[in-house]
Design a protein around this ligand. Structure first.
Ligand SMILES: [Zn+2]
Length: 114
């Protein structure tokens, strides 16, 4: 899960496709995102399957998105693969004079605003 988050942040499409062959992507439309972090809320691993609940936050086009999901993984031939998940997105517009949600302590307009 953490390695897939890193692949989303760095735009590593081959890695994303290798670890989720059922969900191929051609390119990331999300390279303008400013990722704010990943929290693992819970995880449960068995021999060949696992579940990871996570929360990821990012800013894109002056909107803060909180993506919460419980993802299902299977281990096939020694490789963990993302199979499915039920994502839940909450979004807020960020006011220009608000403190930036990235944690810098600066006003949004002087920080991550576009
Ligand atoms: Zn910021």
């Amino acid at each position: 899960m953490r390695s897939r988050y890193t692949a989303f942040v760095t735009g590593n499409v081959p890695y994303l496709n290798r670890t989720a062959p059922a969900h191929p992507i051609r390119h990331l439309s999300s390279m303008r995102r400013r990722w704010l972090g990943l929290e693992i809320l819970s995880s449960e691993m068995r021999q060949t399957e696992g579940w990871v609940a996570f929360r990821a936050r990012y800013i894109e086009d002056n909107v803060l998105t909180v993506h919460t999901e419980k993802s299902y993984f299977q281990c096939l031939g020694g490789n963990w693969q993302y199979v499915s998940g039920e994502p839940d997105f909450h979004q807020w517009s960020i006011a220009r004079n608000e403190t930036c949600p990235c944690g810098s302590g600066k006003k949004f307009k002087r920080c991550c605003a576009t």
